[in-house]
Design a protein around this ligand. Structure first.
Ligand code: SR1
Ligand code: MG
Length: 425
């Protein structure tokens, strides 16, 4: 059982590697995992994300991760304040995700709301999926796990699986995660499309493609319509920031972390974020490996994308047959129905089309907005990086503008990426 801290009334104070043991050693659930007060814990700050402090704490019994929200955006500094409440939304999302897809997210051992601290399961020897892909470690075993995670967490938070009362209460709870959503609204859907001060890109090589994107009215309208769906929809509970840095892997296992951007929204958003980041990785491979290895890795990333979608769709169909206990289309009303199967296929097509648009927007913002990805950033030679980024951006433009011409299947979309020769840089 999760224990809520006794020191709630003392107010927030920032953890350091030196103070952490003192602060947490009286929490029984933490001691159970790490070791008793007589132990000396080893504490290292390992956070390399944009927002929070993250410590790994090791003792005689084992290890935990201690994540603390800072009252500002770590990437930018104190000039950009950010509410500590994101820690609460992450905690609430982790609890729900663990119920909906057991074991696929870290277990929470302790949550301290005032200090915005979550003590959670440490996945070892996992590494961040983004880094694994950069290192050429691409495993097809991840596809069923990630595809099912998406289907289970999204479907089970939809009106097909929740009662209206439960869903309304949950929407109200997560609606307060407004500041984190504002980051997405600005950094994903708005700032990349004008010369916002915090934007950056590989200049001068990307100047032409960036200018093309910023002056393309039709493209900007597609993105604004997608932003509107992100703002208006309360379809399902999203992870909200499901990029390849939010997935940790071994060769056999993939787990999902960091749902602090959780919000109700369109199901295609999580799918599109993840696929967008996988396509980024695909286009970056030429910057990380010799042409033959890059081609091989890139082909395996496309296969991974295809398999994730296939597993997602098949699990969604399965849940739509067996888990329809919500306020809409409930099993009692439609025990079996061919019409219902058609409706499920319509839903899947909508999610797929949305996902392609969100993926396009994600690829664009990671190349010319504020928050970039190591996939491209770690390519030291700017000319080489720009070739990869340009191919990715051209593909993103096609996702936004021409996706209907690709055909409906993931294979055909992948073929459009391949046709651009993204891994030839
Ligand atoms: C200022 S935060 C930038 C990005 O980091 C997070 O992981 C989200 O992706 C956000 O957009
Ligand atoms: Mg994160």
């Amino acid at each position: 059982m999760v224990q809520v801290s006794k020191i709630d009334s003392q107010g927030y104070s920032k953890l350091t590697a030196q103070t952490l043991q003192q602060r947490l050693m009286d929490v029984p659930n933490v001691m159970d995992q790490v070791g008793s007060e007589n132990d000396v814990w080893t504490v290292r700050e390992i956070g390399d994300g944009n927002l929070n402090l993250v410590f790994i704490v090791e003792g005689s019994k084992g290890a935990v991760i201690v994540k603390q929200a800072l009252p500002y955006v770590r990437l930018v500094g104190e000039s950009w304040p950010l509410p500590l409440s994101r820690s609460h939304f992450e905690y609430e999302a982790l609890i729900r995700q663990n119920e909906r897809d057991h074991g696929r997210v870290p277990r929470v051992f302790h949550f301290d709301k005032v200090n915005a601290i979550i003590v959670m399961e440490c996945f070892r020897p996992h590494k961040i999926l983004r880094r694994a892909l950069i290192d050429g470690e691409i495993s097809s075993d991840h596809a069923p796990q990630v595809g099912r995670f998406l289907a289970r967490t999204l479907f089970k938070s939809s009106d097909l699986a929740m009662t209206a009362a439960e869903k309304r209460a949950d929407i109200a709870l997560f609606s307060a995660n407004a500041e984190l959503c504002a980051i997405t609204e600005e950094l994903v859907f708005t700032e990349p499309y004008w010369a916002a001060p915090m934007n950056r890109h590989t200049s001068p090589f990307l100047d032409t493609v960036v200018a093309d994107i910023r002056s393309h009215e039709k493209l900007k309208i597609v993105v604004q319509e997608a932003k509107r769906r992100f703002l208006c929809s309360t379809d399902v509970l999203l992870h909200g920031d499901l990029h390849t840095g939010s997935v940790m892997v071994t060769e056999q296992e993939a787990v999902v972390i960091d749902p602090e951007f959780a919000i109700y929204g369109p199901a295609g958003f999580d799918i599109g974020m993840l696929l967008g980041n996988l396509w980024i990785s695909y286009f970056a491979q030429g910057g990380h490996a010799d042409p033959a290895s890059a081609t091989d890795r890139a082909t395996r990333i496309l296969a991974l994308i295809e398999a994730i979608w296939t597993h997602f769709a098949s699990e969604w169909r399965e849940l739509a047959t067996t888990f329809r206990n919500g306020s809409v289309l409930c099993i009692d009303m439609f025990p079996t129905s061919e019409l219902l199967s058609e409706l499920v296929e319509v839903d899947l097509r909508t999610m797929w089309d949305d996902a392609l648009i969100f993926a396009g927007a994600e690829i664009i913002r990671r190349s010319l907005g504020l928050a970039h990805n190591a996939d491209f950033e770690d390519i030291a030679d700017p000319r080489k990086r720009a070739i990869c980024e340009t191919a990715a951006l051209r593909f993103a433009q096609k996702l936004l503008l021409d996706r209907k011409t690709f055909g409906k299947t993931v294979q055909l979309v992948n073929a459009a990426a391949e046709g651009l020769g993204g891994y030839g840089c």
